[in-house]
Design a protein around this ligand. Structure first.
Ligand SMILES: Nc1ncnc2c1ncn2[C@@H]1O[C@H](COP(=O)(O)OP(=O)(O)OP(=O)(O)O)[C@@H](O)[C@H]1O
Ligand code: SF4
Ligand SMILES: [Mg+2]
Length: 346
């Protein structure tokens, strides 16, 4: 057990923040550490005490139902908390630098050069009135100081690297002339243009058909292996998680309720919410037998969370003590869960 885990086990109810879950043996360089992040308004907290970490070459998947705080966590991690929301607590450290100590110019510089984000709706994220090759070239001119001539040439190479056929003529296309899958590839090419240290993909493959999704996931894995980028991959889809994650943080109602290495999570989920998500997936797979399990109810609104454990009103294991909020605590090496009964589930 790591020092951090021992510290967390012995921490009393007054502990201010959940420590960052880490694997027992740190290997690669830590790229991003989010430590005790809380984001919200004066009236409600939307992301609560979230602590995650991602290392070079590692993929952390953020999973959870709609409204659980996945996108806000990613935006805050990039120093882009949308107004009127504020970061109410917590620290974000990127390659050892505390983001709150950097000014807007320094932040913008890091965002363009070292961090990149890909969204679900690539078509909307691209500029509709500029040719895609020029959009990629612009990133290279602004952030890597290339001349336009060099940048345009490199943009074509990048389109080829994301496996767009005939990149020379595609570079001249406008976004509406490309398919959804191709636009997503263009976004990836743009994100990779500066060889970022951190790539955040927020539902980047959700809108794509299954075959295109599989191709894009494969491509992202290959490019990541090549560049050693750390990746945060947001998805609802546990199939995608199994495909791409090294580590998984499951979010529910603004909090991380389980955090584990992917194999541990699939072999022995220790939070009833994660178990419910997995049951949904298994039953969906056997849909033909007419047994579609869903987690009853919906995620509570941030202004109306139940007292104690936020999952209490939907949880099949809820008991008297669940009126007290469960802390995120280590269950075994590198596996954390926020449930009073974590560790008891086979
Ligand atoms: N700009 C904003 N202003 C006010 N509330 C917001 C804002 N952005 C998100 N929220 C609220 O914060 C909560 C978390 O939202 P977030 O977008 O992070 O969820 P998510 O997990 O990414 O969901 P989805 O899977 O639907 O993308 C939700 O209750 C949402 O309504
Ligand atoms: S603490 Fe209680 S209500 Fe919450 S997940 Fe665990 S068993 Fe369910
Ligand atoms: Mg989202």
């Amino acid at each position: 057990m790591t020092t951090l885990e021992v510290e967390a086990l012995s921490a009393g109810p007054n502990r201010q923040r959940t420590p960052v879950p880490r694997p027992p043996t740190p290997q690669a360089e830590t790229v991003l550490t989010v430590d005790g992040l809380t984001v919200g308004t004066a009236r409600a907290d939307l992301v609560i005490d979230v602590s995650i970490e991602v290392r070079a070459g590692e993929t952390l998947c953020l999973v959870g139902e709609s409204g659980c705080g996945k996108s806000l966590t990613c935006l805050a991690a990039m120093g882009l908390t949308p107004e009127p929301l504020t970061r109410k607590a917590g620290q974000i450290s990127f390659l050892g630098d505390d983001l709150s100590r950097l000014n807007e110019n320094q932040l913008a510089d890091i965002r363009g050069r070292d961090m990149a984000m890909i969204f679900q709706d690539a078509m909307a994220a691209l500029n509709p009135v500029r040719r895609v090759g020029m959009q990629i070239a612009e990133v290279l001119v602004v952030h890597r100081g290339l001349t336009w001539r060099q940048a345009e040439k490199q943009a074509i190479d990048l389109l080829a690297s994301v496996e767009i056929a005939d990149p020379q003529s595609r570079a001249k296309a406008y976004p509406h002339q490309l398919s959804g899958g191709m636009c997503q590839r263009v976004m990836i090419a743009m994100a990779l243009a500066c060889r970022p240290k951190l790539l955040i993909a927020d539902e980047a493959t959700t809108a794509l058909d299954v075959t295109t999704q599989a191709q894009i996931l494969k491509l992202m894995r290959e490019l990541q292996a090549e560049t050693g980028a750390a990746m945060i991959f947001v998805t609802h889809d546990l199939g995608v998680v199994a495909e791409i994650a090294d580590r998984v943080a499951v979010m529910y109602s603004g909090r991380v309720v389980e955090n584990a290495v992917v194999d541990d999570l699939f072999e022995g989920p220790q939070h009833p919410y994660t178990r419910g998500l997995m049951a949904c997936r298994l039953h969906a797979a056997s849909e033909s037998h007419g047994r579609i399990a869903a987690i009853e109810g919906t995620v509570p609104s941030p202004a109306r969370r139940p007292e104690g454990c936020s999952f209490r009103l939907r949880c099949p294991h809820a008991a008297e003590q669940c009126i007290e909020p469960p802390a995120l605590r280590p269950v075994r090496g590198g596996h954390w869960a926020a449930c009073h009964f974590a560790g008891d589930f086979a």
